[in-house]
Write a protein that binds this ligand. Sequence first.
Ligand code: URA
Length: 235
Amino acid sequence: MQLERILQKHGFGTRKGCRALVRHERVAVNGEMCDDPFADIDTDGLVLTVDGVDWPYLEQATLMLNKPAGYECSRKPQHHLGVLELIPPQLRERGVQPIGRLDEDTTGLLLITDDGQLNHILSSGKRKVPKVYLATTKHPVDQAQIDQLLAGVLLNDEPEPIAAAAAEIADECLIRLTLTEGKYHQVKRMVAAVGNRVEALHRESIGSLSVPADLKPGQWRWLTAAELEQLVNSA
Ligand code: URA
């Protein structure tokens, strides 16, 4: 594929802009400077370096973000910055979107992709991908609350009670809760339904994926091919 086309596909702007990047010697192909925007490049295992930053060639871009509090997941954020402000503009240019949503004050694992099919698979209610949350509560958690969460609670606008796939007391005011749906404010509403209140919420994992210990709040990284495969298989 022509170098300018690869750059454009990876969010580096218009074809004209991409040609200029190459001609100004700002692009290396597998570590070798290339000043020909029309060079025909083998994309297999390709790594481009633009202004010193490495970009693996990816047909689809899928990444994980350790979401900090204070960022909105909506397409048109209204009161805070959007989560997409935390990733490079080239990725926004590719049209990536969060898979599902976390509330503005929720922290933890958020997946972001430009792969519409993956987004659909993971956010479709039919696929029961477990998501594990740590909810800090206002009042101490007791076993009766846990039992109710496991048995199912009735939420407004829901015809049937919804049960947690797993729930446990993680600390005096901390519940670890596994859900397989992704309903609006689901954790907060379920915890409220058992007479407690969520004061802080963190998503630890989605399917087989957890927030890596070295991924600080606000940081992102690509998903590896193995992680992607495991994730899809868990859906
Ligand atoms: N449940 C909530 O209440 N909020 C989130 O952000 C995610 C799940």
